[in-house]
Design a protein around this ligand. Sequence first.
Ligand SMILES: [Zn+2]
Length: 273
Amino acid sequence: MLCHTGPRGTAVWVSAAVSAGRACAALGARGTGSDARGRNITVYLPSPARGYKLPRCPTCYLPLPGCICPLTPTIHTQSQWWILIHPDEGIKPTNTARLIGATIPHTCFFPWHRTAPPTALVALLRDRRFMPYLLFPHGDPTLFARLRERPWQPDRVPAFVLLDGTWTQARKMFSRSLYLHGIPRIAIQPQRPSAYRLRRQRCAEHLSTVEVAIALLEQIAEPTASSILQAYFRLFAESSMAARHGHPLHTPLPEMLQLRTYNSHNYLPPVES
Ligand SMILES: [Zn+2]
């Protein structure tokens, strides 16, 4: 098993207090709380961010009346997710990469620094057990199409490296990170524009980070994982939009029933301390 980000939703803002001390990243720590399963976590409080005065759930980061943690699914997938976070991105409540960490238990997060390569990520990239792909705006779309052929089989595991930031930041992260240059670069040509209204996309084809993961899961023939992550993303996006208008969701979404049904068949027992 790879380094964990810890349990549901604790990834980006969590210190090393999760998952037997094997958390991948710690971007900062200024407060404490507990996650959906009762474990103590440390929360980064983003004082410059919008709405920072609202008491927020330390896990899903929504204002407490709109907390979506009881519906957080645990998604099973063979794929690995290694997310490199731009320093400006980790503090944003609208960040969608943490939805991947909240739902896919073995997700790894790495803070990006201009001068210091993340040694844990560099080691993973050299590990022959994995077949890494770097998602990049100017990557090769034919690589995306060929994922259907499952080229990593029989003895390797697909690992997707996502650059979490604006597209301008992503290009800068790539150009200044030589350890990323040897990874096959893959581009997604989405079937539809981004549905994420909380963040302005520079171009219609630019997807949010979680939408990239949804498309990749579908492409590697894991439709259940893709569909459940899509449902959780819609719940997050709609709840965030409602919170921006000062209230929790007024009308239940169909995705809430979808998540409840899925979770009832994927019960995750509490972890003993
Ligand atoms: Zn929550």
